[in-house]
Design a protein around this ligand. Structure first.
Ligand code: AMP
Length: 189
């Protein structure tokens, strides 16, 4: 199985970033601890550090494109693409992209949702890095991986600020042979 956890710049940096993330209990519904990264994005040093360390393990991987997942994956993904000197591809919720699309269904707690990418966005064989703010169950990231693969792209990895390890998302990606990287982990949901 292709999985190698990536170490990064040390405990103090992790603590700094963790402290910049605001936790909102019972949002959007009872029992969920919402990890709000807008407070980290608003902090110049925190934002710079997050972008730097999300990109770091992939700097020598010849990434051709970053695929960012709507909506927070766009903010982080654009900056990471600039850092890796590659293009950016938006993965959007159904019905938002203006050109012809390919869609991928994924299961939510109640029902299903669909994400889409432009059918001509990913050059065949291109080396793609998936970006989002947070991985929980991994359902969204798995759908993004499948969408990119169905478009002919080659997934090189996935990078997140936050992992919720109790929900098993990174393990799920490892099961698909995808190398994933996170900066901060929070226990619970
Ligand atoms: P999942 O598909 O379960 O891995 O959920 C990941 C997506 O849902 C990401 O786009 C996150 O932004 C969002 N998300 C899930 N759980 C949380 C949470 N506790 N706090 C903030 N965002 C979350």
């Amino acid at each position: 199985m292709l999985f190698w956890p990536v170490n990064w710049a040390g405990e103090q940096h992790v603590q700094d970033l963790e402290d910049l993330i605001r936790t909102i209990p019972d949002y959007p519904k009872p029992g969920i601890m919402f990890r709000d990264i807008t407070t980290l994005l608003a902090d110049a040093k925190g934002l710079k550090k997050a972008i730097q360390h999300m990109a770091k393990p992939f700097e020598n991987e010849n990434i051709d494109a970053v695929a960012g997942i709507e909506a927070r994956g766009f903010i982080l993904g654009g900056a990471i693409a600039d850092r890796l000197q590659c293009g950016f591809i938006p993965i959007r919720k159904k019905g938002k992209l203006p050109w012809k699309t390919i869609g991928q269904e994924y299961t939510l707690e109640y029902g299903v949702d669909v994400i889409e990418v432009h059918e001509d966005a990913i050059a065949p064989g291109s080396r793609v890095l998936i970006v989002d703010d947070l991985i929980a169950t991994g359902g969204t990231a798995e759908a993004a991986v499948k969408l990119v693969q169905r478009s002919g792209g080659n997934i090189i990895g996935a990078t997140f600020i936050v992992d919720l390890p109790d929900l098993g998302g990174m393990q799920r990606l490892a099961g698909l042979g995808v190398r994933s990287h996170k900066l901060v982990a929070f226990g619970g949901h």
